[in-house]
Design a binder for this molecule. Structure first.
Ligand SMILES: Cc1cc2nc3c(=O)[nH]c(=O)nc-3n(C[C@H](O)[C@H](O)[C@H](O)COP(=O)(O)OP(=O)(O)OC[C@H]3O[C@@H](n4cnc5c(N)ncnc54)[C@H](O)[C@@H]3O)c2cc1C
Length: 461
């Protein structure tokens, strides 16, 4: 609990209207998309870097946890205040400060919704490629903290490839700037890259300089439906092996198709067992050439139906279905463990077969979909509450198999709470010890987002 005197000081910093303590308000900030829940002691909604710095100075004096929060769409429990303390919501810091079409950069506050930035830059002929499926409701600050990937990573990379520089409030309350407003900078250690993906444990990003690209002239989208998921997995790997780099290459298995078709009341696939969704961009000519080659690969791999989206409405229908899979699955089984494993792209067929075997052995349905072009598959282990331990065992086996195939236990969702126990499956003791020393150096009192990432993080605060 926070002492009344601390509450008073917090109100002094953010203003009484921006400090919440009622149980109803605390509930709203107690969970994220993992549905893990733990109420904070209070919620502050600062409006400036200075206010955040003052809060962290106070947290170090009084030793209470501070948990940064964007929109709470995280899939690893990163913004869940598992040790209580103060949730620091960045929702009021939501200004697009600048879009510079000469230098091709944007400067934004962390609370900007990703989709709002995408639309704004696109209206000026510019392009911000990172595109998490949650773009309509997640924030750039959350994307930076998780190094979010998304649908276009296969060609354009992930959030870290677009962050040129940051203003960061360190856990001790100091304010630093990293990187520069330039496409390259090698002055000292790359602190920008260290902060990006640090899951709100090393600092709070308060201003973000992003790299922009020119908006591609043309986009073409194709869907391919398969009677056998193995063929679809093979076709996804074959696209890359044929040296085609679409901007999106998404895999959707039978379980995900049935769920989303029921959710949207839309028979998209005519009963297919798997779908690949492929999108290319460039000039109209290059798009046409690439999409024709993709078409050939799909047919060669045995697709039962391949169709190009002829209109914007066709294209929107496909993407709406893809983006709705996650909520559709929650409707079937509110209890599910959603992993985001990533394997070398040629091993996608192997990992999908292994996941199938693990599901059958445990008698659990496992639904797979995701960014096959990156080797990044969201495996959703569906279960009823009494089977939770069984589901956990299945997850452990999937993660172990992922690492055995040369992959990683998290491609884009982060470790947070959800995967902390599994981190040693991938990282050796030397790497883990070094990461903990980095955390200790940044945050000697362990006030910023304690209890995350490290399996044995006890949180001194
Ligand atoms: C339907 C759905 C689809 C999704 N699809 C994708 C996808 O395709 N690709 C993908 O990568 N993710 C995806 N996600 C996961 C999620 O949207 C991303 O991880 C996103 O980056 C989280 O942003 P947020 O604003 O909701 O952050 P939150 O969930 O609020 O926080 C996430 C983490 O960031 C920290 N944080 C937030 N803001 C800051 C800040 N300014 N400074 C420091 N730390 C901060 C928090 O402490 C926490 O650790 C999806 C989620 C959902 C629900």
């Amino acid at each position: 609990m926070l002492k009344p005197s601390v509450i008073k000081e917090l109100k002094g910093i953010v203003g009484p209207d921006n400090l919440f303590t009622s149980p109803e308000e605390l509930l709203v900030y107690s969970y994220d998309a993992t549905r893990q829940e733990s109420p904070p002691w209070a919620v502050a909604r600062p409006a400036s870097t200075r206010e955040i710095a003052e809060i962290l100075v106070l947290a170090n004096r009084e030793l209470f946890p501070v948990v940064p929060r964007g929109a709470g769409t995280g899939m690893s429990g990163g913004s869940v205040p598992v040790q209580g303390g103060l949730v620091l919501s960045l929702e009021r810091m939501n200004r697009i400060v600048e879009i510079d079409g000469n230098d091709l950069v944007a400067v934004v506050e962390p609370g900007v919704v990703t989709g709002d930035l995408q639309r704004e830059v696109e209206s000026r002929g510019l392009f911000y490629p990172p595109d998490p499926a949650s773009h309509e409701f997640c924030t750039i600050g959350g994307n930076v903290a998780e190094c979010a990937g998304g649908l276009r990573a296969v060609k354009y990379g992930v959030t870290k490839d677009y962050v040129l520089g940051l203003e960061v409030v360190l856990p001790t309350g100091e304010i630093i700037r990293t990187g520069a407003r330039t496409v390259k900078s090698v002055a000292g250690y790359d602190l920008t890259k260290l902060i990006v993906g640090s899951e709100g444990t090393l600092g709070i990003a308060t201003s973000i300089i992003l790299k922009l690209l020119p908006l591609p002239e043309s986009v073409m989208t194709l869907s391919a439906f398969f009677a056998d998921p193995d063929q679809a997995a093979g076709a996804a790997a074959a696209v890359i092996a044929r040296r085609i780099l679409p901007r999106a290459l998404e895999f959707v298995d039978q379980g995900a198709l049935r769920a989303v078709e029921a959710y949207l009341q839309d028979d998209l696939s005519g009963g297919a067992a798997a779908m690949l969704l492929v999108e290319v961009d460039g000039t109209p000519e290059s798009c046409f050439r690439e999409i024709s080659r993709v078409h050939e690969v799909m047919t060669g791999a045995g697709a039962m139906r391949v169709a190009r989206a002829e209109t914007e409405a066709d294209r929107e229908r496909l993407w709406k279905a893809r983006r709705s899979i996650s909520p559709a699955l929650y409707r079937i089984k509110p209890a599910k463990l959603n992993e985001d494993i990533v394997v070398p792209r040629s091993r996608i067929p192997d990992i999908l077969r292994a996941v199938g075997r693990i599901g059958r052995r445990h008698g659990l349905q496992i639904v797979n979909f995701g960014h096959a072009g990156d080797g990044n598959i969201h495996t959703n282990v569906m279960f009823d509450e009494p089977d939770r331990e069984k589901a956990r065992s299945a997850v452990r086996e999937i993660l172990r198999e992922t690492v055995r195939l040369g992959g990683s236990i998290s491609g884009e969702h982060g470790i947070g709470l959800a995967k902390a126990a599994y981190l040693p499956l991938e990282l050796g003791p030397g790497s883990l010890a070094l990461m903990k020393k980095i955390k200790q150096t940044f945050d000697p009192n362990n006030v910023l987002n304690p209890g995350k990432i490290f399996p044995d993080s006890t949180g001194a605060a």
